[in-house]
Design a protein around this ligand. Structure first.
Ligand SMILES: [Fe+2]
Ligand SMILES: [Fe+2]
Length: 326
């Protein structure tokens, strides 16, 4: 049985729902959310690089240059796109098996910042005088990117011969995201943050499967997680202005997640069973990547201000979401 996501989210976050929205005892809306964006953090790892890969990275003088070392870090990271900068890269020599140990220390961007799309450059930097302002800058940029994503999706769906209802819902979602971007942009500006402008790519002429793959990962996993995290933020954000903004946005994000599910169903009906298996694998991989990232928290003051779940809570929420969806 397919449960409405609003019910799933409310159950997981512990909210009550009245007429599709959560209200306190006075009827005031208190439990809604927005697209999640968690920020950046510094992290480190020592990668075990195979002898052949290491040899290929060496220069003509058989030494590992700084650039080549950083490239090994990026090549071994699960999603190098998220690496913002690398400040330490070190060759720690071979291990007992003859593989090479490469130590890396880097600044990494959290994911779940809105719906990514092939037509939108994935720049996620945010600038502000403090982590919350920077977070808002990235959130506003992500909302603008989501608006572009849904606009292009509506065009692509027309090319695929999709029903007018699905196209209209994408167009409506794009309008939602424009409003979100404006709201986040205003909050960002009030705190001194700077929102990076969008950089668009050309409209992709891609296959139905590629469209379905993006929707499965970006819509059914990441944007759906973002919607659930948003419910948590709306309930727990220490900043009342943020909670108020989330109250406006959360319901929209839940509809977007439902749209992703409906798109997924329509698309799968037009794909082969082997394609379904590839989509399922991509979804499982996306959930695994998400779970790995949720182990790394934002620093406490910013996390509490923004109402983001702790690592333990996030893993619990994700497990519940996955159980409800799969
Ligand atoms: Fe949004
Ligand atoms: Fe959205």
């Amino acid at each position: 049985m397919r449960l409405p996501l609003s019910l799933v989210f409310a159950t997981l976050v512990g909210c009550r729902i009245t007429d599709g929205q959560n209200k306190d005892d006075t009827g005031r809306i208190v439990d809604t959310g927005w697209c999640s964006n968690i920020g950046t953090y510094w992290t480190e790892a020592t990668y075990t690089v195979g002898a052949a890969e290491y040899a290929a990275a060496l220069g003509e003088d058989d030494t590992l240059s700084a650039a080549a070392c950083e490239q090994l870090c990026r090549d071994n990271h699960w999603d190098a796109f998220l690496i913002q900068q690398i400040d330490v890269c070190r060759d720690d020599g071979p291990d007992a098996d003859g593989d090479q140990l490469i130590y890396c220390h880097w600044e990494e961007e959290e994911l779940c910042e809105g719906r990514a799309h092939a037509a939108v450059a994935r720049t996620r930097r945010g600038t502000g005088p403090d982590p919350v302002a920077a977070w808002l800058a990235r959130a506003a940029r992500a909302e603008a990117g989501s608006a572009r994503a849904f606009s292009v999706m509506a065009v692509e769906l027309a090319r695929f011969g999709a029903p007018s209802d699905l196209r209209a819902r994408c167009a409506e979602a794009a309008r939602d995201e424009v409003a979100h971007a404006r709201r986040m942009g205003a909050l960002c500006a009030s705190r001194g943050g700077v929102v990076e402008p969008l950089v668009d790519h050309a409209l992709p002429d891609r296959s139905l499967f590629d469209f379905a793959l993006e929707n499965a990962v970006e819509g059914c996993v990441f944007e759906t997680w973002a919607a659930l995290a948003a419910w948590h933020q709306a309930r727990h954000a220490a900043d009342p202005e943020l909670r108020q903004a989330m109250a406006v946005i959360a319901g929209d994000e839940t509809r977007h997640a439902e749209l992703a599910r409906d798109l997924d169903r329509w698309l799968r009906n037009r794909l082969e069973p082997a394609d379904h298996a590839r989509l399922d694998a991509a979804v499982a991989d996306a959930f695994a990547r998400l779970e790995a990232r949720l182990q790394r928290p934002l620093p406490e003051p910013a996390r509490l201000t923004l109402g983001l779940p702790s690592p333990d809570d996030a893993v619990r929420l994700l497990a519940g979401l996955r159980a409800a969806l799969l």
